[in-house]
Design a protein around this ligand. Sequence first.
Ligand code: AMP
Length: 441
Amino acid sequence: MTFEELGLAAPLLRAVAEKGYSQPSPIQVEAIPAVLTGRDVMAAAQTGTGKTAGFVLPILQRLEAAGTVHPHRIRALIITPTRELAAQVGESVDTYGRHLPLRSAVVFGGVKINPQIATLRKGVDILIATPGRLLDLYQQGEINFDGIEVLVLDEADRMLDMGFIHDIRRILKLLPPQRQNLLFSATFAPEIRELARGIMQQPVEVEVSPPNATADRVEQWVYPVDKKQKPALLRELINDRDWQQVLVFSRTKHGANKLAQYLEKAGIDAAAIHGNKSQGARTRALAGFKAGRIRVLVATDIAARGLDIAQLPQVVNVDLPNVPEDYVHRIGRTGRAGAAGLAYSLVSADEIKQLNAIEQLIQRHLTREYVSGFEPDHELPPSAPLRKPRQERGSGPSSRPAGGGKHTARGRGSEGHARPGRRRRRPGNRDRQAQGAGNAG
Ligand code: AMP
């Protein structure tokens, strides 16, 4: 399948070619023709699948074909849960729309509102916004929704998780009823279907890469370790395996900060990225990470959503998320575009419940491996049996036993990490500080 065959117009084909895409991704193959028909579309696709182009390209085409109906009125509204995602969608609109005369703007909170007002007053065809700032601007009389032809709710599942449902419902009431609705979400969970029912009319449903398929592409290990030893184990892994670009997940903002500080003190360039950081700090951290100046980016689940970092060799979970689906989102940040990714979870005994929930969700037992010098005093209990058989995906046995035969066979078994004389059972102060408990990301 080619982009030409999807029915895209010449200016868009040019932009796509300049971006270097040779062929559309599966979600693009499904979503682009569906959106071009003008129907409502509900798509299940995660970050990393190319979903953004899946809605941006056909929206640009439809707006261009319809011509400017209302000068100085917003014609397409794209709502995202996070500032990072808004910024990235805005970049995609600029990139794919570079040969079209459409104007776009991105608005989100945490930065000054006046420059955003100035941009809106000049006239914008496509607005990308986070819900809170959008409502602020509306209340200040700076936004007119009357010209909206297309609404996109991007990462709708995350919007619900983040408690934006009331804002979304308020925004929906302000929009003209005649419009095209597009809803993108990692999953079609019942809450998402419920939300969609109130918005969409007989939507076309498009689904690619369900979470299990993502999990299948990533090699995953559990490293049992005592909680207090996690920062030291992470440092050991980074140094020992010479990881140059590693995304680390922390459940809490406080934990992310402490861990980044710990790594910095250990001589490893690191930065934390989470909701309490200013937009400038987040943008700088992400840019530094992409450019290779920052070796370790420690992110909370929410801050990591929508981060456009392609092809990370590995991700590390310094703790397990409370919501098992977040685990799948986390490991989805590695192993993109056909490359095998590696995901390591540092798991302490108190996290067995989360581990069981994850293993149940992905329908497989994760391989456990012990790193010499970091064997836990508090043993991680055995995993619970899987409750339902794995769905047929033509990929072998229903589960792999715990205990890392595979890893050892690759010469990276626990022996490979033996560090005589470096066993640290009593953590220093920094270790203690580095374990975080605090506000959820
Ligand atoms: P997304 O899932 O929209 O966040 O996109 C993930 C990454 O895939 C981004 O870096 C895009 O630039 C890239 N991408 C999107 N579509 C394609 C494509 N057809 N071929 C190659 N890369 C793509």
